[in-house]
Design a protein around this ligand. Structure first.
Ligand code: PEP
Ligand code: MG
Length: 583
């Protein structure tokens, strides 16, 4: 097999070596998990039972056919029953469960995808059309399967676990990415996507090498091809030669060694060489991530992206999580962090984080009814969330963070609604922290240019550099065609960040950076030089950033940074930032 190399955008560091697992859009709609050996036969039976149920359903359809029904209808049911009995449907997926340990839904979809590909090559148009019938039959089985209790994915033993699968797909939504949290996969490659799309962010939070914007990857790479992802360079090598494979294995081993060494810094306080303390917080998507946050030595949660509790709930009758359900999740995080602060950001839905994949999207979602705009338009949803967060504040230190604020009235309305939620809780007899800190994400240029409006009304600020860059440079963070224009070092971006840090300092309120810039070690010194003392990032990046802080001396960095901020030439800025790393 010929070896080839693809270049795209690096989004999650490290090297992954494994076999390609191609996912079609249909395959992405079902759950993916690996089934432990002792549960394999139960999983096989689950699929057999679902197939038997569909047989009975088809039989009932036949019996209930009205006398005057067109004859094609009966023939149609016959065809579906025949397809269902074919070993390609009734046997092959069972083998996939037994040999690859896939759960029933995943096994069925994998088989259907393989069959569909074969049908696409058939010349005869009549036969080619039968592909739709196969898909309809499969959908019937899937519907039954999804209605039946799934086995709880048990723990896999070391040798059952197949840690060599790399997902290759055209695109993966952030909600789909959440499905992969059971770590059945060791890497991700997608044709589209940008460095700071939420899909990329979730891949980073899983701490799995990933590369996006690979344009044709899902067409060029074949199922089970050996591939290497170089997540640092954004390179994918398919069918590597033994020599190339060896080189990457060596780099992989060296990375592992370096990471082990970093673990020694877990309990070391983050203090610069000249004695300045820096707070290092973690970004999380779900309460379970608190464990990683603590493992990495985080002093608290600087950003809990609460919208991930709301996404991908298609099976839940389009419902929102209730107040109690949310409260449980927030409380779980607060308790897990054992007294360390937990900053819960209110629902930031919209743009590349739709509530539901099927919902209508706005004309220009990134500029549409997103985040606080959505929440103020849906006061009941917002109040429910605010009550849940406030209730969790009775169990530890909680901070409330509001995304996408730009207008004074939005801040005032948000604060009024927080007061309203407090009054409702008082009436219902719930405890909460009446003095809860409320902060704003600074992620729209207008906010960074009108800071007095914010510092006057709020307790802290958190700079969302991902959106701040997107909106300052007018480039969609998800669109790989403009990904090359996404530049954190653009002088306009640097000015806005520096202004925000300064304004916070002057007003005596905390300012953090919680966008992806906070976790980029190449930018740690620059941010320190601007005066930043609170960083929030994915747990996987935290110890590398800490190491950089331990080696930094503010006495030399600060004057250099001032010079950088006076520079308007991108090339000079890039060189000076590089220079900062070696002084
Ligand atoms: C940001 O915009 O930088 C941020 C942290 O929020 P999100 O990435 O969730 O939009
Ligand atoms: Mg944002």
């Amino acid at each position: 097999m010929a070896s080839f190399t693809l270049h795209g955008i690096p989004v999650s560091r490290g090297i992954a070596i494994g076999r390609a697992h191609l996912l079609t859009p249909a395959a992405l709609d079902v759950k993916h998990y690996l089934v432990p050996e002792e549960q394999l036969e139960a999983e096989v039976r689950r699929l057999q039972d679902a197939i038997a149920q569909v047989h009975r359903d088809l039989q009932d359809l036949w019996t209930d056919l009205p006398k005057d029904a067109p004859t094609e209808l009966g023939a149609f049911i016959d065809v579906h029953a025949l397809i269902l009995s074919d070993p390609m449907i009734s046997e092959a997926p069972l083998d996939i469960i037994r040999t690859r340990h896939y759960n029933a839904e995943w096994a069925l979809v994998t088989q259907i995808d393989e069959l569909s590909a074969q049908f696409d090559e058939i010349e005869d148009p009549y036969l080619r059309e039968r592909k739709a019938d196969i898909q309809q039959v499969a959908e019937r089985v899937l519907k039954v399967l999804m209605g039946t209790a799934q086995l709880t994915p048990g723990k896999l033993s070391e040798d059952e676990y197949q840690p060599q699968m790399i997902v290759v797909a055209h695109d993966i939504s952030p909600a789909d990415m959440l499905q992969f949290r059971d770590r059945s996969f060791i890497g991700f490659v997608t044709d589209v996507g940008g460095q700071n799309s939420h899909t990329a962010i979730v891949a980073r939070s899983l701490d799995i090498p990933a590369a996006v914007g690979m344009s044709q990857a899902s067409q060029l790479i074949e199922q089970d091809d050996w591939i290497i992802i170089d997540g640092d360079a954004g390179v994918v090598v398919a069918n590597p030669s033994p020599l190339v494979l060896d080189q990457y294995r060596m780099r992989q081993a060296a990375n592992l060694k370096a990471r082990k060494k970093l673990l020694k810094l877990k309990k070391t306080p983050a203090v610069t060489r000249d004695g300045t303390s820096v707070r290092l917080y973690a970004n999380i998507e779900l309460p379970d991530d608190c464990e990683h946050a603590l493992d990495s030595g985080a002093e608290g949660i600087g950003l809990f992206r609460s919208e991930f509790l709301f996404m991908g709930r298609a099976g839940h009758a389009h419902s929102m999580p209730s107040e109690d359900e949310q409260f449980e999740q927030y409380r779980r995080s607060v308790l897990a962090m054992k007294g360390r602060p937990v900053t819960i950001r209110t629902l930031d839905i919209g743009a590349d984080k739709p509530l539901d994949q099927t919902e209508h999207t706005a004309l220009n979602p990134a500029l549409g009814l997103r985040a606080i705009r959505y929440c103020l338009a849906e006061p009941q949803i917002f109040l429910t969330q605010l009550r849940a967060i406030l209730r969790a504040s009775a169990y530890g230190k909680v901070r409330l963070l509001i995304p996408m604020l730009a207008h004074a009235f939005e801040i005032d309305q948000s604060l009024a609604m927080i007061e309203q939620a407090k009054a409702q809780l008082r009436e219902a007899g719930h405890n909460f922290d009446a003095d809860i800190d409320v902060g704003a994400m600074i992620e729209i240029p207008a906010a960074a240019l009108a800071l007095p409006m914010f510092v006057k009304r709020l307790d802290f600020l958190s700079i969302g550099t991902n959106d701040l860059i997107q909106y300052t440079l007018a480039i969609d963070r998800v669109d790989y065609e403009v990904a090359h224009l996404y530049n954190p070092l653009h002088p306009a971006v640097l000015q806005l960040i520096a202004m925000t840090i300064m304004a916070g300092k002057k007003a005596g309120i905390d300012v953090a950076v919680c966008g992806e810039m906070a976790g980029d070690v190449k930018l740690t010194r620059l941010l320190l030089g601007m005066g930043l003392r609170e960083f929030s990032m994915h747990p996987a990046q935290l110890l590398s950033v800490k190491q950089e802080i331990l080696n930094s001396d503010l006495g030399t960095i600060t004057p250099q940074t001032r010079k950088i901020l006076r520079t308007m030439e991108p090339q000079a800025i890039a060189e000076a930032v590089q220079q900062l790393q070696v002084i």
